[in-house]
Design a protein. Structure first.
Length: 487
C-alpha cells in the first residue's frame, strides 16, 4: 500500500514519512542536512586538482600513438585484481611526460567509462597556491569520494557522519583527516564489496608540493595505510620527479613488497615517440597555415631537421611541445620561426642540465619588448599571495587584475604577453586566470644560473615590496584624479 493513495490537490513541505511495512524511510530534512555538511567539503576542497577540472584545461595528454608501452604496463597493473603491489611510482626528469601519462590513465579509467576504476585524482602544481601544498589534499580526495556517482553511494553517509561529529575536521591534522574522512568510511565496507568498486587514486606532481617534508609525510601516510591490517583498499599511481627526499621515502622497507616503479625515460622509446609527434604536428602546421607556407616541401621540415630536434629534446616532450607551439603560432611565419630555433646553439660554457630547453625559453622571452615589466608580472604569476590583498577571494592572475595592479592601460597586458602563448595559457576572457604551461618553465625562471637576465625573484618580501609600490602608485593616481575633478 502506498502512502497518500489516491490523494490529490495538496502540497507537503519537509517532514518524515514512514511506511508501516518498513520498506520506506525518507527524510527530506535529513538529506538537506547531509548536503549542507558535504558543502563544507566542497567549499574547502581544491576543485581544480582533479583530472577533469576546468582550471587545468587543456590538460597535458599522451599524444595518440605515443607512450604505448608504459600505458599498457599501467593498464595491466590497474586491471589486475590479484596484483601483489598496490602502489606504482612513475618517475622521470622534468618534461618527459609524467603528467600526460597520469592524465591519460585518469581519463581512461574515469567513472562513467567502461573501465571506470578511478576513485579520485589530485594534480599538484607549484604555480598554484591551492595545489602546491598538502593542506587540502585529504579534504579534496574525501570530497571526490563523497560525490562520486559510484563510491558516493557507499561512502557518502560515513563521510557525512565524520563531518557531523567534528565540524572543524577541515582544520584538523592531516593524519586525523585521513583517518576520519577516508580510512574509517572505507572500513565500513566488506572486502568483497570493494572488488566491484573504483579503487584507483592518481597523484601527479608530488615534487611540486613546495614543502619537501610534506612530500615525505604524504608517502608515509600512504605506506602506513597500505601496510596496516586491514590495508586501505585503494591503489595509488604516483608520478613525480625522482627528487632525493621522495626517493628516500620510497626506499623505506615498508614499501618493498607493495611498490612497483618505472623510470619514464629513454627505456620507453621516448625518442621514437617524440619524432612521430614532430612529424604529425608539423603536418598539422603545414595544413593550418595554408598559403603562407604553400611553397615548402610536402614533408617540411624533413627527417634531418626532425632528428636534430629529437636529439635536442633529450627525451623531454615539453621541449617538443614548446617548439611546436612557438613555430605554429599564428602571429609568425612557421618557416622563419623554425629557422630561429635551429640557429640556436649551446655555448660551451653554458651551465645547465637542460641547455636546449633553456635556450628555447630565452628565445621565446626575447620576443617581449618590456623585459622588466614582464619579469615583475611573471613574479606575480608565480608567487601570488592572498594575504597581500584585502579580499583573498579576488582572482589575482587574470589579465584584468594584472592591468589594475601594475597600473597598465586597458589592453596593455595582452601586448605584454604577445608571443608568449607557447609558455603561457592566456584565456580570451580577461577575467580568467593566466596559467603557466609547464613546471619546467617555472624551474627555469626561478634558477638564476639557468635564466640569467630572465631570472624572476619570488622572495616573498620582494614581492610584497613590489606590490606595495604598485598599490601606492594606484592610490596616488586616484588622489590626483579626485583632486582634478574637485576643481
Amino acid at each position: 500500500m502506498s502512502l497518500f493513495s489516491k490523494s490529490e490537490g495538496f502540497v507537503i513541505n519537509g517532514g518524515v514519512f514512514n511506511a508501516v511495512a518498513g520498506d520506506l524511510n525518507y527524510s527530506n530534512g535529513e538529506r538537506e542536512g547531509q548536503d549542507t555538511r558535504l558543502e563544507i567539503l566542497y567549499q574547502t576542497a581544491v576543485t581544480g586538482a582533479s583530472h577533469d577540472a576546468e582550471q587545468r584545461f587543456p590538460p597535458p595528454n599522451c599524444y595518440p600513438g605515443t607512450r604505448i608501452q608504459i600505458l599498457e604496463i599501467l593498464k595491466t597493473w590497474i586491471n589486475n585484481d590479484n596484483k601483489s603491489t598496490s602502489i606504482y611510482w612513475i618517475y622521470g626528469a622534468a618534461g618527459v611526460g609524467k603528467s600526460a601519462v597520469a592524465q591519460t590513465i585518469s581519463e581512461t579509467f574515469a567513472q562513467g567509462t567502461a573501465t571506470g576504476r578511478l576513485a579520485a585524482s589530485f594534480f599538484f602544481s607549484r604555480a598554484d597556491s591551492a595545489r602546491n601544498n598538502l593542506s587540502l589534499f585529504f579534504i579534496t580526495i574525501a570530497h571526490q569520494l563523497a560525490i562520486s556517482p559510484v563510491l558516493g553511494r557507499h561512502l557518502g553517509n560515513s563521510i557525512d557522519f565524520a563531518i557531523r561529529q567534528k565540524r572543524n575536521i577541515v582544520h584538523a591534522a592531516l593524519e586525523h583527516q585521513f583517518q576520519e574522512l577516508i580510512v574509517k568510511p572505507c572500513s565500513k565496507l566488506r572486502p568483497e564489496e570493494w572488488k566491484s568498486l573504483p579503487r584507483l587514486i592518481v597523484i601527479d606532481g608530488l615534487d611540486e608540493c613546495l614543502d619537501i617534508a610534506s612530500q615525505e609525510r604524504l608517502l608515509s601516510i600512504i605506506r602506513q595505510s597500505k601496510t596496516s591490517t586491514p590495508p586501505l583498499p585503494f591503489h595509488f599511481l604516483i608520478c613525480s620527479r625522482p627528487e632525493p627526499r621522495i626517493r628516500n621515502a620510497f626506499s623505506h622497507p615498508g614499501f618493498r613488497l607493495i611498490l612497483d616503479c618505472n623510470d619514464l625515460g629513454d627505456s620507453f622509446e621516448s625518442g621514437k615517440d617524440i619524432a612521430n609527434y614532430f612529424r604529425d604536428e608539423f603536418g598539422r602546421i603545414r595544413q593550418e597555415h595554408g598559403r603562407a607556407i604553400a611553397h615548402v616541401e610536402s614533408d617540411w621540415p624533413g627527417d634531418a631537421i626532425i632528428q636534430q630536434l629529437v636529439q635536442r629534446a633529450c627525451g623531454q616532450f615539453i621541449y617538443a611541445t614548446t617548439v611546436l607551439k612557438y613555430v605554429g603560432d599564428y602571429h609568425g611565419l612557421p618557416t622563419e620561426r623554425l629557422e630561429i630555433i635551429m640557429n640556436i646553439t649551446v655555448p660551451e660554457d653554458f651551465d645547465s642540465p637542460y641547455p636546449d630547453l633553456d635556450l628555447l625559453y630565452m628565445q621565446i622571452l626575447s620576443m617581449c619588448k618590456n623585459r622588466d615589466l614582464l619579469l615583475h608580472v611573471m613574479g606575480h604569476l608565480l608567487k601570488s599571495d592572498p594575504e597581500i590583498y584585502f579580499n583573498s577571494r579576488y582572482e589575482q592572475k587574470t589579465t584584468h587584475c594584472i592591468e589594475g595592479l601594475f597600473f597598465l592601460q586597458k589592453g596593455k597586458a595582452s601586448t605584454l604577453f604577445f608571443g608568449l602563448h607557447s609558455v603561457l595559457i592566456i584565456p580570451e576572457d580577461d577575467h580568467k586566470s593566466i596559467t603557466i604551461r609547464h613546471a619546467s618553465f617555472v624551474d627555469f625562471l626561478t634558477d638564476r644560473k639557468r635564466s640569467g637576465k630572465y631570472y624572476v625573484d619570488i622572495d616573498l618580501m620582494t614581492r610584497h615590496e613590489q606590490i606595495a609600490l604598485y598599490l601606492l602608485k594606484r592610490i596616488t593616481y586616484s588622489i590626483k584624479n579626485t583632486h582634478k575633478l574637485s576643481r
